[in-house]
Write a protein that binds this ligand. Structure first.
Ligand SMILES: [Ca+2]
Ligand SMILES: [Ca+2]
Ligand SMILES: [Ca+2]
Length: 282
């Protein structure tokens, strides 16, 4: 009987040890950048910049010793007296300022220094202690950098190279904390019920890029009320039209009022949003 207890105790301790030692540093693509607040509006950039990472693995990873940097001189080594264990499939927020009262209302997992996010073009690069690239995002012209809203990676593209493409990112639409838009520490909202949305709203815009007029067609699985919103990278954000009880919307839009560049056209209806990217080129 006593031997059984010793065996049991050994098994428990071994399991505990394996669990501890299983908290390893991430490898390439195991941590992914999923959201970036480049240009907060509710608070200053010095107080309100942050970015979100996702542990794509099914195991915990240890963040101590990783480096955050850009292609220039910004560099920060993640250091802590605590073990920064990021649970499997969790989202963490790394920020300049950890004070929820002054950072725009973000709950922060780690505070960094010497790392800023330019409002035009910049990089978020995460490397391991041996300089292996874990993930990077390099944003600039053509990316949805909007004042007062984070850039959210579409959940279909949560991969090492999937987050490299500007068309996989969208300006956040749902407010948090002090009023800026984003989903810090949470799955980007397109992920919740994505399939349902895909089935619920179908949105086509053509031609795209457009030099003159374009046609927007939206179809719904049942008659819906809602609105068409237009958002661009300069912070313009307006409701183009509201509609009620329509199963099909077909709009011929003469875009004289749309400045050339990239626009996000959204159909918002019944708590669902379908967004697509339109390039006005003339
Ligand atoms: Ca900034
Ligand atoms: Ca990447
Ligand atoms: Ca998020």
């Amino acid at each position: 009987m006593k031997n059984n207890y010793i065996v049991l105790l050994t098994v428990i301790l071994a399991g505990y040890w394996i669990n501890l030692s299983g908290q390893t540093a991430p490898r390439q693509g195991e941590i992914l950048i999923t959201e970036i607040m480049v240009n907060p509006e509710a608070v200053s950039d010095a107080n309100g910049e942050w970015f979100e990472i996702w542990n794509a693995t099914n195991h915990d990873v240890l963040l101590n010793g990783l480096t955050l940097k850009d292609a220039g001189s910004n560099q920060h080594v993640i250091t802590s007296t605590d073990q920064l264990v990021m649970p499997a499939k969790s989202y963490w927020v790394l920020a300049k300022n950890g004070d929820i009262l002054t950072n725009g209302g973000v709950v922060v997992n780690y505070i960094y220094q010497n790392f800023t996010l330019s409002n035009t073009s910049d990089q978020v690069i995460i490397t391991a202690a041996d300089e292996t690239l874990i993930d990077q995002v390099s944003y600039g012209s053509g990316w949805p950098v909007v004042s007062g809203a984070s850039m959210e990676l579409h959940p279909d593209y949560q991969s090492f190279s999937g987050n490299d493409q500007p068309e996989h990112w969208f300006p956040a639409r749902i407010a948090f904390g002090a009023g800026d838009k984003g989903s810090p520490g949470k799955a980007n909202p397109l992920s919740s019920g994505l399939e349902e949305w895909e089935q619920g709203i179908r949105l086509d815009i053509f031609p795209n890029p457009s030099q003159g007029r374009f046609i927007l067609e939206a179809t719904f699985s049942k008659p819906q009320s809602g609105e068409i919103r237009m958002i661009n990278l300069l912070g313009q954000d307006f409701i183009y039209k509201t509609f009620s009880e329509r199963a099909v919307l077909r709009e011929v839009i003469e875009p004289d009022f749309l400045t050339p560049g990239i626009w996000f056209i959204e159909v918002v209806s019944g708590g669902q949003t379908k967004a697509t990217r339109l390039v006005i080129d003339r």
